[in-house]
Every structure is written in structure tokens, then in C-alpha cells.
Design a protein around this ligand. Structure first.
Ligand code: LMR
Length: 351
């Protein structure tokens, strides 16, 4: 069956509201076709397998570096058979559009923040619960646990086969004034990712949450459309948010990590040796990238401090406890959706 997925997806659905419907519809259509775009089914010796891999962060970020390494190692392993095109910095599309494009087979690989899957599964909301994970080691232990591993492939039947979890790092707050205590956030408009948990978190500290694509944040901060935001040091540095946010708070209150996913039909259509080889490459790249992510974020923090453009506040134990207490009710709001088993497994993974 042939169809022009671009026209279909662009015309049937208004941008924004269309996402979930489009993604599920695409998965159904593609499953009905018996194969995704890009794969061949027939393993012709001379067939070249193209993997288009767009993402939204800069090449120097943890995700940017891991994506480039995947390209390098995959092409070295399968010279002339596999070509990986990495498009960083939202240059091809934003995350919402990439979810849809993957389901339609227009692209073959994504690494989208776990926070942005909350229309597809409630499980990944566990990663957004404020102060649940004290550091990346705790996240890693949870992702390696039986409960965590089970979530990796949980949305394969919706068109997203998870191959790996990649870290970015821990989130920090930034704003137009010192954010030492939760009441300092009162009335500020915070940009957040597409996540109902993050929306609840901002409401809990008296802020006004604004869901917005990553590529629009710098300008929104610059023009005053939003006042504040939360992100990792590497994202704040590489996207220059520190130029337009005079105060940062080293809060480490949450986590940003990614589901690296492929379209299941595309993946199954690859010849066995190529699919297995690429899975091995992905495992190597994941270990390599996740081991470097904390250091990349620390380097970014140091560069922000050196720039003198933004003051970084470290919290006293009492100040930190005030943020933890203010945000904690979010756990109860979402524990029913996420499941207490998953939250308990995350708690058990703390060092
Ligand atoms: C964000 O939207 O802030 C993040 O998801 C960006 C990213 O991919 O790290």
C-alpha cells in the first residue's frame, strides 16, 4: 500500500491537538501495510538502509554526542549498508512532530525526552516526579531494575520500540530573580515540557506553567513571553538560556532523559544481521554516553559560571527541604496513574 504520509499527517490534523490521534492512526496504518518506510523486507545485498535521526539539542550535549557516536559506529560496522543522518538542534523538526513522523515512517529513529510521552503511557511520568531521583546513579539503577527494564518496550504496540534510555542530566531552575525558596517562584510563567506532572509541579510552587517546544524557549525568555524555565546545565548552556536568565538555582529537582525509539515495523524489516548489529552498537553507545553525561553537564555549569551572565545559587539544606516539601504533593496526584509499584521500585533504586 502506498500513501503520502506527509500530506495525510499535515492536512488531517491541526498542529498541537493532532499529536496522539495522528500517532496512533499512523501506527495502525503502517502496521496494516506490513512494513515501515526505509526497511526493505527483502535483504538485497546492495540495499542501503537509511536511518534519519532528528533531535532537538545541540551537537555538544549528551544526546548530541551520543547520536553522532551512534552514526559513526553504525556506519563503521556496516559500511555502505547503513547510513545514519543525524539532524540536531531542531533543524529538521521539533519533538512533537518527530513522534508523529516516526509513527508514519518518515524518520527512523528518535531520542525524545521521557516527559513528552505522557499521552502514550503514564509509566514514564515516574521520571518527572520532583526529587524522586537524587542523581543519575539512582535513575540508572531504576532503569536497570526489572520494573524499569519492562518500561523500555512498553509502547512498542503504539509504534515506538524502545532500544535504550539515554541520560541528559538533572534539572535546574532559572528565572528573572533569585529562586531560593518556593515562594520566590510565585506568579512566574515557567516554560515546561509537554508533561502533566511538570504542569502540576509548577502549580505547586505558585507558578504559571506554559508547555512549549524546546526550540522556542530562548526567544520566549528573551521577549518576556515566559519568565522562567527548568532544564539541565548542558541544555541551558548550549541553548544560551543563561544569557537571558540572570539567576540559576542548582536544585537538581528532576531528571531529563530520553527514550531512543524506532518504528517497530521498520526495525523488523531490517535483515537480521543488521538489526542485531545495530542493537549491539546502541548498547555500546548507551554505556558510553550515559557514563559521560554527568561530566558534560558539570562542564556546562562551569562555563555558565565563567560567563558571568548568570548567577548560580546553591541551596542550603533548609532551602532544599522547602522545595522538596512544596513539590511533594505532586507524587500523590500522579501515583494512581503511574502505579505505586513503579514508584516503589524507583525509591528502592536510590543509592
Ligand atoms: C526540553 O524540551 O527541554 C528537552 O526535552 C530538550 C531535550 O531534548 O533535552
Amino acid at each position: 500500500m502506498k500513501f503520502d504520509s506527509t500530506i495525510l499527517s499535515r492536512t488531517l490534523f491541526a498542529r498541537g491537538a493532532r499529536r496522539l490521534t495522528a500517532v496512533v492512526l499512523a501506527a495502525v496504518i503502517i502496521a496494516g501495510c506490513g512494513g515501515g518506510a526505509g526497511g526493505g523486507g527483502q535483504a538485497a545485498e546492495d540495499q542501503v538502509y537509511l536511518i534519519k535521526f532528528p533531535h532537538v539539542t545541540a551537537p555538544g550535549t549528551p544526546k548530541g554526542q551520543a547520536a553522532e557516536r551512534f552514526k559513526q559506529l553504525a556506519e563503521e560496522r556496516f559500511p555502505g549498508r547503513v547510513v545514519v543522518e543525524v539532524y540536531p538542534s531542531s533543524q529538521l523538526m521539533n519533538d512533537d512532530d518527530s513522534l508523529e513522523a516516526l509513527a508514519f515512517g518518515e524518520i527512523q529513529m528518535i531520542a525524545v525526552s521521557l516527559s513528552k510521552f505522557d499521552r502514550l503511557t503514564h509509566s514514564y511520568q515516574v521520571f518527572d516526579l520532583p526529587f524522586l531521583f537524587p542523581n543519575l546513579e539512582a535513575v540508572e539503577a531504576f532503569q536497570a531494575s526489572e520494573a524499569g527494564r519492562a518500561t523500555l518496550t512498553e509502547i512498542a504496540d503504539r509504534g515506538f520500540l524502545g532500544l535504550a534510555f539515554w541520560h541528559n542530566g538533572m534539572k535546574q531552575l532559572s528565572g528573572p530573580r533569585e529562586l531560593r525558596l518556593p515562594e520566590d517562584a510565585d506568579g512566574l510563567k515557567f516554560r515546561i515540557m509537554e508533561s502533566d506532572v511538570l504542569q502540576a509541579q509548577v502549580l505547586q510552587i505558585g507558578g504559571s506553567p506554559q508547555k512549549m517546544a524546546y526550540g522556542e524557549v530562548y526567544q520566549a525568555l528573551q521577549t518576556g513571553a515566559i519568565d522562567a524555565q527548568e532544564n539541565t546545565w548542558s541544555n541551558i548552556y548550549s541553548s544560551k538560556f543563561y544569557e537571558v536568565q540572570p539567576y540559576m538555582t542548582a536544585s537538581n529537582h528532576g531528571y531529563i532523559g530520553y527514550l531512543v525509539a524506532v518504528n517497530p515495523q521498520f526495525w523488523q524489516s531490517l535483515p537480521d544481521d543488521i538489526r542485531t548489529g545495530l542493537e549491539e552498537v546502541m548498547a555500546d553507545v548507551t554505556a558510553w554516553g550515559n557514563a559521560r553525561s554527568a561530566e558534560i553537564n558539570q562542564q556546562a555549569r562551569a562555563k555558565i559560571a565563567e560567563s558571568g551572565r548568570s548567577e548560580i545559587l546553591d541551596l542550603s539544606p533548609a532551602e532544599l527541604a522547602a522545595w522538596q516539601e512544596a513539590m511533594r504533593p505532586v507524587w500523590d496526584q500522579f501515583s494512581g496513574d503511574i502505579g505505586t509499584d513503579l514508584i516503589d521500585a524507583a525509591i528502592a533504586s536510590r543509592p
